[in-house]
Write a protein that binds this ligand. Structure first.
Ligand code: COA
Length: 357
């Protein structure tokens, strides 16, 4: 069977830099709190109504294509990971297809809804297609325009200060060198804690899951016998129940457990250990989480790429942005063993082990 490799990678972040001090002007938070708990100093926000999750993805894709030596029209299949899509439906896969002008060919487009682990899940799916010889140029893209869907009042501060906008893209191709490419991918999920980090409204749940969990489910839905359905209730609008919510400490505890587990699992599958690793690209959830994982794996500072300080958490985009930055900085060279790892909402977590080149 063939092996797949990342033939080209690119990223795009919007120009506008939003520092912690800018957020202090609009909500009750401090630069010290944000830096001490997360490591974040600033993040980027896209130009409202001009940039979208799709346009940023297209910008990152054009760079990845150029570096892979292909034109966007050569892409055979698109896998798009995001939690902040332009539309509820259709997904961003078809929108980026149109944005890139790939409409003369009926390529396939698939949207992945796995939040922070979305890019690694998408990469794993692409890997299966390439290894089986189904497709030759698969676009794997993660992009987020978080700034359009955050609560900028003090109520939302625990979530809002963490997230930023950006996009990262990779072109996966068959590898002509059997020693190079994706060695292993590991994917996991546990829906038990789905609501611990979630964006639940609007949706068709009608309070179902909360009732089952024995939690408050009154979102102001009309009585069931009322004809017609409403997706969005007045109560949701009045109380801002249409923003993401997170139980930070719970998520943190799970993350520090699952990150190392899934990294060790991929290493083991390839018959390798953490001593063989040249570079770890962790999903940029929190600098403290990355530092914990680094210690657990016994890696030096220069073996872990962190950019959350400058970009915040860009969810599905964070791994390809970090990978691309590390590669552009010359920190990933031909033959290096690179591990990508993510944990996030779902919960879902995943890793990918690659021999670069
Ligand atoms: N500024 C100032 N104070 C804030 C704040 C902010 N932006 N956000 C929350 N607080 C306050 C809380 O209200 C709370 O106050 P209280 O003690 O008076 O009730 C206090 O800070 C502690 O809140 P807590 O949520 O317990 O903080 P924490 O130490 O757990 O840090 C996170 C919060 C979000 C940084 C941390 O839990 C985390 O990073 N979790 C993992 C998140 C993650 O990885 N998410 C993405 C997964 S992909």
């Amino acid at each position: 069977m063939l092996r797949s490799k990342i033939a080209g990678i690119g990223y795009y972040v919007p120009e506008r830099v939003v520092k912690n001090g800018d957020l202090v002007q609009i909500m009750d938070t401090t630069d010290e709190w944000i830096q001490e708990r997360t490591g974040i100093q600033e993040r980027r926000y896209g130009r409202k109504h001009e940039e979208t999750t799709t346009t940023m993805a297209a910008a990152a894709t054009r760079i990845a294509c150029e570096r892979a030596g292909i034109r966007p029209e050569d892409i055979d299949f698109i896998i798009f990971a995001t939690l902040s899509p332009d539309y509820y439906f259709p997904g961003c896969g078809v929108l980026v297809q149109r944005e890139l002008g790939i409409t003369h060919r009926e390529v396939g487009a698939l949207d992945v809804r796995n939040q922070c682990s979305g890019f690694v899940y998408a990469l794993s799916v692409a890997d299966q297609f390439v290894r089986t010889g189904t497709y030759k140029n698969v676009l794997v893209v993660g992009s987020e325009m978080h700034s359009m869907g955050l609560d900028f009042s003090t109520r939302g501060r625990n979530v809002t200060v963490i997230f930023g906008d950006g996009a990262g893209a990779a072109i996966l191709q068959p590898s002509d060198n059997p020693e190079r490419g994706i060695l292993a991918t590991k994917l996991h999920s546990d829906g038990t804690y789905a609501e611990k980090l979630a964006f639940i409204n609007p949706g068709c749940h009608g309070g179902y899951h909360m009732r089952k969990l024995g939690e408050e489910a009154d979102l102001g839905y009309p009585p069931v016998e009322t004809p017609g359905e409403i997706f969005f209730t007045p109560r949701m609008l009045q109380e801002g129940l249409y923003y993401p919510n997170m139980e930070g400490q719970f998520v943190f505890k799970m993350a520090v457990q699952k990150f190392p587990e899934v990294i060790f699992e991929a290493l083991q599958a390839a018959g390798l250990t953490s001593a063989d690793l040249d570079m770890l690209i962790p999903h940029q959830a929190n600098l403290r989480i990355s530092q914990f994982v680094q210690k657990k794996l016994g890696l030096r500072d220069d073996q872990v790429w962190n950019n959350i300080q400058r970009f915040g958490n860009t969810t599905a985009a964070s791994i390809p942005i970090a990978l691309c930055e590390a590669w552009e900085a010359g920190k990933i060279k031909d033959g290096d063993l690179v591990c990508l790892a993510a944990f996030g909402s779902g919960f879902t977590w995943a890793s990918a082990l690659l021999r670069w080149g």
